[in-house]
Design a protein around this ligand. Structure first.
Ligand code: SAH
Ligand code: SF4
Ligand code: F3S
Length: 471
């Protein structure tokens, strides 16, 4: 029977990938995707626990869903509500207490069992959750996957063993796990045959990837390179770059400690590896970095950046920053501003420290007052915004390859990604969707570029597989 599901995603790209896979798990059971929660038999909130605000959003959304559920039930329609992801993992009991109308709560490693979980929840008439490891999930997810479009995510690694003192991820996502290389390559091939041109390899610590190497025998996975051992991310990227039709590779998020020689070398000589790297540093103060348990100093980070820029001079960098970590002084914050000035970022995210229950830093006594946090955040963002605007303006007059992966807001407009992750707006005929076009950049704003296709660019578009974007 036809049913419908509406999945709302919060948090990181890993959740975006997981939501797509949840849809894949449900599709063979007759679930099509609904446009909104009002039209859905099943609503799934795929949640994020990283900062207090992210977690609280879930409870306010559940308040809205309660009314929708009541209205649907009054009209004799089904309305099952599920909470998935990192809030579900971290505070399942709290969800049930604060929102008893939730039918099902399940963590990030359980969703391959969604149909059974739904059936159990219906039978039991109450919420349940289950704990699993990431390796089980990947073993049981369906091979069939709706194409995510020209630019897609592929999870290669999950979990974190780093235990930065501010962070919930090691608790919500569990220990580090890397998928076998052959499984990743097979999934990438399927994506490319469905029309994907750019793949972003995902992991909470993607550059800690250490996946089982493909076996030496022919046929098992079709890969057949060398036997045994482990591949690190650099090697995986090299092999993925051999896939015909995969034009662009990216990876996120990386830990500065795990930028090994092989990965840096891949930036030197794999043309498909895009010249952009999100490499979060969090702070420029060694004292704060130590208190955060980041396991690197500001100088270590600078050295890694220098090595990357030596092999790939045009590489654009991005980072995450936390201001107001417990004990952060004006001098510590000045060190962060200094590091930002020295490195120069094309883009970055910055956050006020948010105490997360269960993490070591949450019980620290030397908290930074809210007003100081706000002042520091504003100063940091002003500097980062200026760097981003300068980077974007430096592109005016260049012609760059842009993967046209989204329709624009205005008729006839399309939006794409530059190699350096900038959004590029361009007027282009619809058949160019999914292709890589050379765009002459003539305008820049604080966070995007605009340009035109060269007049001569009227050649036939590269074919884009049928059915893409239909899911
Ligand atoms: N694995 C990545 C980051 C994951 S979380 C890494 O190691 O860098 C994404 C970002 O959220 C972090 O980089 C950090 O800047 C921010 N963040 C995590 N916990 C936070 C907290 N308690 N308060 C504020 N920001 C936080
Ligand atoms: Fe969180 Fe640190 Fe792990 Fe990143 S490396 S996910 S910030 S604990
Ligand atoms: Fe949030 Fe979980 Fe990702 S806490 S940032 S959704 S790993």
């Amino acid at each position: 029977m036809q049913k419908s599901v509406y999945i709302k995603t919060y948090g990181c790209q890993m959740n975006v990938y997981d939501s797509a896979r949840m849809a894949d798990v449900l599709a063979p059971r007759g679930y099509r995707q609904a446009d909104g929660p009002e039209d859905a038999d099943l609503v799934i909130l795929n949640t994020c626990h990283i900062r207090e605000k992210a977690a609280e959003k879930v409870y306010s959304e559940l308040g809205r869903l309660k009314r929708i559920k009541q209205a649907r039930r009054a009209a004799g329609k089904e309305a099952t509500i599920a909470v998935a992801g990192c809030v579900a993992q971290a505070e399942g009991a709290e969800i049930r207490r604060r929102a008893p109308m939730v039918d099902l709560v399940f963590g990030p490693q359980t969703y391959h069992r969604l149909p059974e979980l739904l059936a159990e929840a219906r039978r039991a008439g109450s919420a349940i959750d289950q704990e699993f490891e990431a390796d089980e999930k990947f073993d049981f997810l369906p091979e069939e996957s709706a194409c995510q479009g020209p630019a897609a995510f592929l999870t290669v690694q999950e979990g974190c063993d780093k235990f930065c003192t501010f962070c919930v991820v090691p608790y919500t996502r569990g220990a580090e796990y890397s998928r076998p290389a052959a499984a990743v390559i097979a999934e990438a091939r399927r994506m490319v045959s469905g029309g994907t041109r750019e793949i972003t390899l995902l992991g909470q610590n993607v550059n800690a990837y250490a996946g089982e190497a493909p076996g030496g025998f022919e046929g098992g996975n079709g890969a057949g390179f060398g036997a045994g051992g482990t591949w690190r991310l650099g090697r995986l990227i090299r092999e993925l770059a051999e896939i015909d039709g995969l034009d662009r590779i990216r990876y996120t998020t990386s830990h500065p400690r795990d930028m090994d020689d092989e990965l840096i070398a891949a930036h030197a000589d794999v043309p498909a590896l895009m010249p952009y790297l999100h490499l979060p540093v969090q702070s420029g103060s060694d004292r704060i970095l130590a208190a955060m348990n980041r396991k690197h100093t500001a100088a270590d980070y600078r050295r890694t950046v220098d090595r990357l820029r030596t092999v790939r001079p045009d590489i654009a960098l991005s980072s995450d920053f936390i201001v107001g970590f417990p004990g952060e002084t004006d001098a510590d914050f000045a060190a962060t501003l200094k590091l930002v000035t020295e490195v120069g970022y094309a883009q970055a995210y910055s956050f006020k420290y948010s105490a997360r229950p269960g993490t070591p830093a949450a019980t620290a006594e030397n908290r930074v007052p809210e007003a100081a946090k706000a002042g520091r955040l504003a100063a940091l963002q002003q500097l980062l915004d200026a760097q981003q605007a300068a980077f974007n303006h430096s592109c005016i007059g260049c012609t760059m390859p842009v993967l046209l992966d989204r329709p624009g807001r205005k008729p006839g407009q399309m939006v794409g990604r530059s190699p350096w992750m900038q959004a590029v707006h361009v007027t282009a005929p619809p058949e160019r969707f999914g292709s890589i076009a050379d765009v002459a950049i003539d305008r820049a704003t604080a966070n995007s570029l605009a340009g035109r296709l060269p007049a001569a660019d009227s050649g036939p578009p590269r074919a884009y597989a049928e059915g893409v974007g239909a899911a």
